[in-house]
Write a protein that binds this ligand. Structure first.
Ligand code: SAH
Length: 280
């Protein structure tokens, strides 16, 4: 087993049980083209290869890439790309490899220190959703992050991340994975989540506006929403808008559902137009 490097967030998965949960959650069929971020020593990759049409793995660590090439390089439906997943242009790199283009699923035990940026690259943002959404994304993440991704409005775990991600994808908590399932064990427990990107039923008219409202709305968790949004809108006026949406004006940001955020953003637009603070 190669020595795990902290700077690349390396924790090798060693539990057969956890591995099989991840693989099962991906519900692979032989037509699936899988993207794996951070294959490491290839323990998960090996399981994915016989179940999918092809597997593209992106690994940043050159030494691991050498090991992986020795181990799996001859397998026909395997393609390894060395580089930083966050900055590489996957579509451009896959141009010469028709069999591997347009992967439809992502399955990965990712480095936890870059979970946010990875999610953003996979899903896009509220203002700029990924124009080619994946069918399913199965990830091992820090357990606390898994709870935030799948939290329901009204719970303390429902934060800005929950709204941003749930706007773009349906999120399911699959199972917990204890720290001892990894070598070396991380300081935190983990969990498997599955995301199904899908267009939201009623999208925000001005998604940039919605992003601003979410950011400010959650800026101080203990405050009521109307206090957090004071710099944008007078708190009495916001209370009035919230009442129109059937939302208690004393709500905190975490009490609003994704649909409430969209409605608030749209109402806020209408309010700006009506008060002449915004020209369209
Ligand atoms: N999937 C393996 C390894 C998980 S550890 C297993 O389950 O055992 C995370 C992996 O992501 C490591 O191999 C690490 O080198 C790789 N990695 C870290 N940052 C990366 C990045 N920016 N792009 C691609 N791979 C990265």
């Amino acid at each position: 087993m190669p020595k795990a490097l902290k700077k690349f967030g390396q924790h090798w998965l060693r539990s057969e049980k956890a591995l099989s949960k991840v693989v099962a959650a991906a519900e692979l069929t032989t037509g699936d083209r899988v993207l794996e971020i951070g294959p490491g020593t290839g323990i998960l990759t090996r399981q994915l290869l016989p179940l999918a049409e092809s597997v593209i793995a992106v690994e940043i660590d050159r030494d691991l890439c050498e090991i992986l090439t020795k181990k799996l390089g001859k397998i026909e439906n395997f393609l390894l790309l060395q580089g930083d997943f966050l900055t590489l242009d996957l579509n451009a790199l896959l141009q010469p490899f028709p069999k591997f283009q347009n992967p439809n699923k992502v399955v990965a035990n990712i480095p936890y220190n870059i979970t946010g940026p990875i999610l953003e690259k996979l899903l896009g943002t509220i203002a700029r959703p990924n124009p080619r959404p994946f069918e399913a994304i199965v990830l091992l993440v820090q357990r606390e992050v898994a709870h935030r991704l799948t939290a329901k409005p009204g719970s303390t775990q429902f934060g800005a991340l929950s709204v941003r991600v749930q706007y773009l994808a349906e999120c399911q908590f699959i199972c917990e994975v204890p720290a001892k399932a990894f070598q070396p064990p991380p300081k935190v427990d983990s969990a498997v989540v599955r995301l199904h990107p899908r267009p939201i039923d009623v999208p925000a008219q001005d998604p940039c506006q919605m992003e601003t409202l979410i950011k400010l709305g959650f800026s101080s968790k203990r405050k009521m929403l109307r206090n957090n949004l004071k710099s944008l809108i007078d708190s009495d006026q916001l209370s009035h808008l919230l009442e129109q949406l059937n939302v208690n004006p004393q709500s905190r940001a975490e009490d609003l559902s994704v649909e409430n955020w969209v409605a608030l953003s749209n109402e806020f637009d209408a309010f700006l137009l009506a008060t002449g603070s915004r020209q369209n």
